[in-house]
Design a protein around this ligand. Structure first.
Ligand SMILES: Cc1cc2nc3c(=O)[nH]c(=O)nc-3n(C[C@H](O)[C@H](O)[C@H](O)COP(=O)(O)OP(=O)(O)OC[C@H]3O[C@@H](n4cnc5c(N)ncnc54)[C@H](O)[C@@H]3O)c2cc1C
Length: 460
């Protein structure tokens, strides 16, 4: 397949301009006043959110004192993993050395934070360094809990044809397996997971791309495809759900809801699931009163597969929970997501901490498109806090999930916290409740350079 060739120079000439015209750029950086606020800023995690935050801050502070802790050698454009898995991108197109992504002037500690004390305002690294801060930017992304799926690990991905595209190697291993499934025929089983996870669209996309590949190769009759969804519905944004369901039905992809993956037998090629149903029951309490309680009925189920695509459960990194930075009640508490104000992105217990990206406990999709809109808000709010002012900028929950429906079309789902469509120009001119070729062009050719040359440089 043809390689995407947009490089930095082409992007800067065409990309920022185009993106500035396209509303999709959202937070394209205009000329902003420099701020002379003082303080030691520590950024934990230099991924999509952390590195872009550092770059923006460098453009705003006249005397920046920024330290960034991250152990990674590479900065990955993770949305590209789905395209590697579908043979559209080559693996080397989706990463850059971390050393080239961290803005100059930022002090990089190449290590992992293992302990954080928000009261003493210190972070301790695995290498034993203690770092003090005045202001903290919490952006360590999320933790993929491989051990929560029995019978497979990150290292053994691909064994027994069980794959996961949430990993760089995993995405590479599934592509030949998909081609083999299409060529030889068999059953492809695709699943997601029961915790909040990055890009909820990704598992659905790889399923639809496999289906389209089989059709393009004239092999569709020999391939059975089934999607096991952990939620009670395949998607929950009203404008887009009907078309997505229609696509699954039109293309004869089996769909089952309320199924959690618990384990895999890679020798026998069986996936162990549990189906759950919530029922309301009336019980009598200690005082003899009748009360309504919810009970979960769980039924185990085993499915044979020839190719499996699964997603492990995900949570906030352990050190975030151990530091007492997580929600303690509500839906976001169980997996330790950071307790931040959903509008200002400021931590609710520690006003010198801003938090964005996948680790943030806010009710929106965990995507880099959401981060692009969170960035200017979180940066402005941190600058206000540093100057002793109230954080006033507000995030509306905007996220964009480009659901690739085939090799040539994307259902571009843009929405806010209330799941209302929040469609950006020029897509406002099209019927975005359906998949569009224009959105495919954006996804295939523009979003990656926008990430590497725009977002990571603090330009959008
Ligand atoms: C398969 C797949 C498909 C996706 N598709 C899309 C898509 O189509 N559109 C979209 O917008 N988004 C998509 N995403 C989601 C997007 O990639 C993430 O939402 C985004 O990368 C999150 O950014 P982040 O900075 O919060 O975390 P990350 O980018 O994951 O960065 C976290 C950083 O923190 C570092 N870190 C972790 N722990 C520590 C520690 N203890 N100490 C110091 N540093 C630490 C890590 O090394 C890493 O560099 C996809 C993701 C995947 C996996």
């Amino acid at each position: 397949m043809k390689k995407t060739t947009m490089n930095r120079r082409t992007f800067l000439k065409a990309g920022v301009g185009t993106a500035a015209v396209l509303g999709i750029g959202g937070g394209v950086m205009h000329h902003l006043n420099m701020v002379d606020a003082k303080g030691r800023i520590l950024i934990i995690g230099g991924g999509a959110a952390g590195c872009s935050f550092a770059a923006r801050l460098m453009r705003r502070l006249s005397n920046p004192d920024i330290t960034l802790i991250d152990p990674a050698d590479r900065q990955y454009y993770q949305p590209g993993f789905t395209f590697i898995a579908a043979g559209i991108f080559k693996p080397d197109e989706v990463w850059k050395p971390m050393s080239k992504c961290i803005p100059s002037g930022v002090k990089w500690i190449k290590d992992s934070v293992i302990e954080l004390d928000p009261v003493k305002q210190t972070a301790r690294t695995a290498g034993g360094q203690m770092v003090e801060y005045d202001f903290l930017v919490l952006t360590p992304g999320l933790q993929i809990n491989w051990d929560k799926v029995e019978g497979i690990s990150r290292e053994t991905l691909g064994q027994g044809n069980a794959h996961c595209i949430y990993d760089f190697m995993g995405a590479q291993r599934i592509w030949p397996a998909i081609q083999e499934l299409v060529a030889k025929g068999g059953r492809g089983v695709f699943t997601d997971t029961y915790t909040k996870h990055k890009c909820g669209g990704a598992p659905k996309k790889i399923c639809m791309l496999t289906e389209h590949l089989a059709r393009k190769e004239g092999k569709r009759d020999g391939v059975q495809l089934d999607y096991f969804c952990s939620e009670k519905a395949l998607y929950d944004v009203p404008l887009y759900t009907p078309r997505l369901l229609q696509i699954y039905e039109e293309r004869n992809i089996g769909l089952e809801v309320r199924h959690r993956v618990k384990g895999i037998d890679t020798l026998a090629k069986k996936v162990y699931l549990e189906h759950y149903e919530k029922v309301k029951e009336t019980q009598t309490d200690a005082q003899g009163n009748e009360i309504e309680v919810e009970r979960e009925i769980v039924t185990p189920r085993v499915e044979d597969y020839d190719l499996l695509s699964f997603v492990p459960p995900q949570s906030a990194p352990d050190f975030v929970r151990n530091a007492g930075l997580s929600w303690t009640e509500g839906k976001l508490a169980k997996d330790g997501w950071a307790m931040v104000d959903k509008k200002t992105l400021v931590h609710l217990a520690y006003p010198n901490i801003v938090c964005l990206g996948d680790v943030a406990g806010i009710p929106t999709s965990k995507t880099s498109s959401a981060i692009r809109i969170q960035l200017p808000i979180a940066v402005d709010n941190l600058l206000s806090i540093m100057q002793g002012k109230e954080p006033t900028k507000e995030y509306n929950g905007y996220a964009c999930c480009p659901i690739v429906t085939d090799y040539g079309h994307v259902l571009l789902c843009e929405f806010d916290y209330d799941k209302n469509p929040d469609i950006t120009f020029p897509f406002t001119l099209q019927d975005m409740s359906k998949e569009q070729a224009s959105a495919w062009m954006l996804k295939k050719h523009f979003l990656k350079p926008m990430f590497f040359y725009g977002m990571l440089n603090g330009l959008m």
